[in-house]
Write a protein that binds this ligand. Structure first.
Ligand code: SAH
Length: 513
């Protein structure tokens, strides 16, 4: 049994990219992860598949678990010899009660480590374009709880000194007490025209920032329906936001996009959409699994020298083909005398990773365009091997045969099956109109989306725009009753991103007019 140890880790303020490298390491090596509400669910993706996850988050209206129970849980799990990672929003020691948890562990003689995180108090202002200190404007910053009733006699906050003694004051947990906070600051001499910003859901796709002064911020908060989790930033630095706002200006900021994809598909799309400012929710509608039998693929591998061309239509095929080649004791040299066609740049890149540079990469990815390139290279009498998904379209092999190919062997390399795990959550999101866009990258993602969300998917999609990677996917979507808002003319992930950007641009345009 290993030495018990508990890592008290800061998960950052919301954007999953704002966790430290050490924090991620602690997630990866944990036997048990004890986590809160504000930590992005995406952070948990790097955990071991057999990890035990315990949610102890506190919503402001109800407590899932009392603090003493959390302390007890950490002690118990550690005593079982487990590596425990306690994940908290922001920094564990800034209004995170990490100190209390550590004291409980210390009392039991259990080893612990603090892994600091980026606190919301300065990260959310940064994402709102507000530097909490700034040469010539503010040379000090205070992080203060706004949870405490500022009018109580023995307040822990020295309001008289805080009001004028610090350049920038950031209040956590202060929305409910905003009127009292404003009153105290004004009463103790902070000028009434001091700028104030309220940042709601900072560092997430839902971030909303409103500004005012000590005079009118209470009215602004009410008019703009400011709710927790929000920060209150008081000080002259707030006025820099006019020039320094950046995150809220990203082209996809404010869009919540559901990305339907297979679990193993490269997350290029997700990463790119996030970089453009979108809040992305992944909906793995399909998973890639081995074919029912490898026999046809294995037999084809055994007679590779009899083919002229190998046609690879997806990166997944490369994975499975490579695995079976290795299983047969072969490597890339076995493909040596074959011509190789890669359908799409991602497939070509994957082939390159096993040392194969494709001889033919069609510029257009529809079967018709692909055939034209084979025509140029001569189809008559040629022998083709086409390993691919079990349920794929027949156009390519049929056309090759029609044009005089000697043989076209289509062998299953993998199959896609519906992924049952997340349909319910997506249904709820759509019903609550929380998503603005749903992207579809293939006909099978559309079919599985409808299957997993339910028969009434078209009705639930009212309010969310379906965007398809190309005409075939769009057609499938229409056949299943979905309204397609846009489809890309270039059937690649960058093409799809371009279409999403154009669509978001027209929506922005509408808002402005
Ligand atoms: N340990 C955390 C703070 C926990 S206290 C940290 O270091 O960031 C919870 C309060 O933090 C909330 O009431 C809110 O005031 C603030 N907060 C946390 N995340 C936030 C976010 N993404 N946007 C705005 N405020 C946030």
């Amino acid at each position: 049994m290993s030495e018990p140890v508990v890592y008290l880790v800061g998960a950052g303020p919301g954007d999953p990219g704002l966790i430290t490298a050490k924090g991620l390491e602690c997630i990866g090596k944990a036997d048990v992860i004890v986590y809160d509400r504000l930590a992005s669910p995406k952070l948990l993706a790097g955990a071991r598949p057999d990890v035990e996850m315990v949610y102890v988050g506190k919503a402001s209206d109800r407590h899932t678990m009392e603090q003493y129970q959390i302390n007890k849980l950490l002690v118990e799990k550690a005593k079982e010899g487990k590596v425990v990672t306690r994940l908290k929003g922001g920094d564990p020691l800034i209004f995170g009660r990490g100190g209390e948890e550590a004291l409980a562990l210390a009392e039991e003689g259990i080893a612990f480590e603090f892994v600091p995180g980026i606190s919301a108090g300065y990260a959310c202002p940064a994402y709102a374009g507000i530097p909490v200190t700034h040469r010539g404007i503010s040379s000090s910053v205070a992080l203060v709880t706004g949870h405490e009733d500022p009018t109580k006699e023995d307040s822990d906050v020295a309001w008289d000194r805080l009001a004028t003694g610090v350049g920038t004051i950031v209040f956590y947990m202060g929305v409910k007490n905003l009127p009292l906070i404003v009153e105290q600051l004004t009463k103790h001499g902070r000028p009434a025209d001091t700028p104030v910003a309220l940042i709601m859901w900072g560092c997430t796709g839902r971030q909303k920032t409103v500004t005012g002064t000590l005079v009118d911020i209470v009215d602004v908060a009410e008019a703009e329906h400011v709710k927790p989790p929000s920060l209150i930033v008081v000080g002259e630095v707030v006025s820099l936001r006019d020039r320094l706002s950046w995150w809220e200006k990203l082209p996809l900021f404010g869009q919540t996009i559901i990305v339907t994809r297979s679990r193993t598909q490269a997350s290029d799309l997700v990463v790119t959409l996030e970089e453009l400012g979108a809040a992305v929710v992944e909906f793995p509608t399909i998973k890639i699994v081995p074919p029912d039998s490898y026999q046809p693929l294995d037999e084809a591998i055994a007679r590779l020298e009899t083919y002229d061309w190998l046609i690879v239509t997806s990166a997944n095929t490369v994975d499975y083909l490579w695995e079976r080649l290795r299983e047969a004791g072969k490597d890339a040299r076995a493909l040596g005398r074959l011509q190789v066609a890669a359908i799409g740049p991602a497939t070509a890149a994957k082939l390159a990773s096993i040392g194969i540079v494709a001889d033919y990469i069609p510029k257009e990815y529809r079967a018709e365009g692909i055939i034209a390139g084979f025509e140029e290279r001569g189809i008559a009498g040629k022998r083709y091997l086409l390993p691919r998904a079990l349920q794929a379209r027949e156009v390519l092999p049929d056309t090759l045969r029609e044009r005089g190919a000697a043989t076209v062997d289509v062998v299953p390399a993998y199959q896609t099956v519906p992924d049952q795990s997340s349909g319910g959550a997506i249904r709820e999101m759509l019903a609550a109109k929380e998503a603005s866009i749903v992207t579809f990258t293939s006909s099978s993602t559309v079919k599985n989306f409808v299957k997993l969300v339910g028969e009434d998917a078209p009705r639930l999609m009212n309010g969310a725009a379906a965007i398809a990677i190309g005409p075939v996917t769009a057609k499938t979507a229409r056949e299943l009753g979905l309204t397609v808002a846009a489809e890309s003319s270039e059937y690649t992930i960058p093409g799809l991103v371009k279409t999403v950007l154009e669509y978001a641009g027209t929506q922005r345009g509408k808002e402005l007019t």
